[in-house]
Design a protein around this ligand. Sequence first.
Ligand code: GLN
Length: 537
Amino acid sequence: MTKYIFVTGGVTSSLGKGIISASLAKLLQARGYSVTIQKFDPYINIDPGTLNPYEHGECFVTEDGAETDLDLGHYERFLNIPTSQANNITTGRIYQNVINKERQGEFLGKTVQVIPHITDEIKRNMRLLGESGNFDIVITELGGTVGDIESLPYIEAVRQFKWEVGSNNALVIHLTLIPFLAAAGELKTKPTQHSVKMLLEYGIQPDILVCRTEHHISQDIRKKIAQFCNVNLNAVIESIDASTIYDVPLLMLKEQLDRTVLSKLKLPLKNEPDLESWKDFLGRLKNPTAEVRIGLVGKYVELPDAYKSITESFIHAGAFNECKVRVECIHSESITEENVKAKLGKLDGVLVAPGFGARGIEGKITAIKFIRESNIPFFGICLGMQCAVIEFGRNVLGLTHAHSTEMDENTEHAVISMMEEQKKVTLKGGTMRLGSYPCELKKGSKAYNIYGKSKITERHRHRYEFNNDFLKQYETAGMIASGINPENNLVEIVELKNHPYFIASQFHPELKSTVANPHPLFVKFVAASLEHSKKKH
Ligand code: GLN
């Protein structure tokens, strides 16, 4: 039978439930268990696809095209197994399902209520991945903080779930904060005690407390927490601030979180966790032999979480190259013809980020012109690729009005235009071209050499595409389509023939980079940037 672990958060948000869940999953996986992680978010959007990145950070897209919370990115990067639609559920989806059933007459005659109908639907979703038979252990992370009104149905669902499956089959890990009061020079346990008390009011006794802290927690404090929160001493786990999130599995191993979990779930320890390749990655990450400065040009740079998968992909690719990648965020709105050289001229590589809408677009195009002309390695992703096409159209092909119809619907030179199937779409949520599609690489191209094969699949999230009416003109002038979707001829990759490294993709390679499998486009871009930096000196 599948065992279930629930991860709740107390005291404050942003304690890193996603990283703790992913780290625990990693340890259990490394002991030989098959594990997955799902996230329940208490907001009413059906999914985060309609959220501005400033609200909730990046929207992570799964293979099957679900628009999900960025924590799913951490799950995939740590575990190296894909997640799916079933791994991220929101209150909006729960209610939508219940209301749809109500309309279909499934509850005929009954009053539909939060308890039992909403909690039943939550529990049904909590069980789904477990029932697939693919996993020994399912970790469920509950978004939000215990005590929030919107989290209540989830907490109640966990209480019922645990009662139904029995305490050997489900456990609750509560992630909490032990703040350090500088004036008193002390770590304080009271917020944790209160937060556990609140969980107890809802009928849940947490089994394990993971305590986020800036300073080591002494044995005395551990005892105090254990005694007042009613848990075993070995169930008080210290989670000290780490220099990289990739250290957390090893920190949790030291705290024996995996052992405590397995013993509570009455599961054998199996082998000692096999973390050789993970440690090898950390070794390379922490002992770089070189350094590159890469500019990330985007318009959401005030919130680094908006580009989470991109910055993590650079960490994987940097470690692979034993090279520290310093990512410098540059606001696309701040780039002008006058300052572009000062802003970008000293960089070893520039990535132009994905995005939506007109704001900042001219800055991106100006940046690309400069990069193309100065032979600095370039990597464009999604809107970044579209901008590269617009720039080449305007400045090389002389198509003065080259633009995307997203920004200028009636432009004379619509080099990027809305995909045919998108033209009839009226709803905003979940209607982009989403998820994994095949792409065929042209033999002899840079892209082909980078991947080392001709058939690939990559993930997408867009409504606009390269307008193939212009393809011949572009290819003749040196911008070639080196990756094409074989089913509909959609251009997936463009690259420049006469440039040391200029590659842009319509898809999002950052969504597939993991610790175990750094993405080749990031690996080679970092390598090209490294080469460029050596040439400069
Ligand atoms: N806005 C562009 C489109 O919809 C690019 C999307 C993106 O960068 N993810 O096609």
